[in-house]
Design a binder for this molecule. Structure first.
Ligand code: 3PG
Length: 212
């Protein structure tokens, strides 16, 4: 495993929670990421779900050098290439395909595919990915699924994402093969639109505390 991927996994293992940000606005993204970092969460996933996402990613990477900024919702090899050019530290996908997994393995970008069950996980492992996003966690079984997959795949670690709440965090994080959880609840669109950085800071601090 390349050293930068190793250090990202170590950081996620320490933080145990990864905020997921969906915004098209560079200034708001920088403000939000800065606020999350100031309140104990210096790693973030910015999704590619908005038209301006690559630009947002590039500018946040530049403006927040102390933060580990990754890209989420990578669906194609072309997006993977574009993400690499933004300087993002890592990439995440909600699922996995043979084409994308091969491209990601060859890209050198620290990358975490998404899985929903055993077959996805076998495909991930075929390409060397043993840290994966379990998505959508609350629908595919969350902690029960992670536990069940731990039988045949004892060396795999999961980032549970999708429907995770701060209240659920302590229990989810007790499961030994859960590396971390992720979610958008720390920076919801409504608070970003309202520029309520204090409220976002409070949610980040609450999540950081729940991760301890
Ligand atoms: C993701 O991209 O992983 C999900 O949108 C996060 O799920 P959440 O919005 O339910 O936290």
């Amino acid at each position: 495993m390349n050293p930068s991927k190793r250090s990202i996994i170590a950081q996620l293992a320490q933080l145990r929670v990864l905020p997921i940000l969906v915004t098209d606005d560079v200034e708001q993204a920088i403000r939000c990421v800065t606020t999350l970092a100031e309140h104990g969460l210096p790693a973030v996933e910015i999704t590619l779900r908005t038209p301006n996402a690559m630009n947002v990613l590039r500018e946040v990477v530049k403006a927040c050098p102390g933060v580990t900024v990754g890209a989420g919702t990578i669906l194609t090899p072309a997006q993977l290439d574009a993400v690499k050019e933004t300087g993002a530290a890592f990439g995440i996908s909600p699922g996995i395909t043979p084409v994308l997994a091969k491209a990601a393995a060859e890209s050198g970008l620290p990358y975490f595919p998404g899985v929903g069950g055993a077959s996805d996980l076998m495909l991930a492992l075929e390409h060397g990915f043993d840290v994966v996003k379990l998505f959508p966690s609350d629908i595919v079984g969350g902690i029960k699924m992670a536990k069940a997959l731990g039988g045949p795949f004892p060396d795999v670690r999961f980032c549970l994402t999708g429907g995770v709440t701060v209240e659920a965090m302590p229990q989810l994080l007790q499961q030994s093969n859960v590396l971390c959880v992720g979610g958008s609840w720390m920076c919801p669109a409504s608070l970003i639109a309202a520029k309520d950085w204090a409220a976002i800071g409070a949610l980040a601090a609450q999540a950081a505390a729940a991760a301890k």
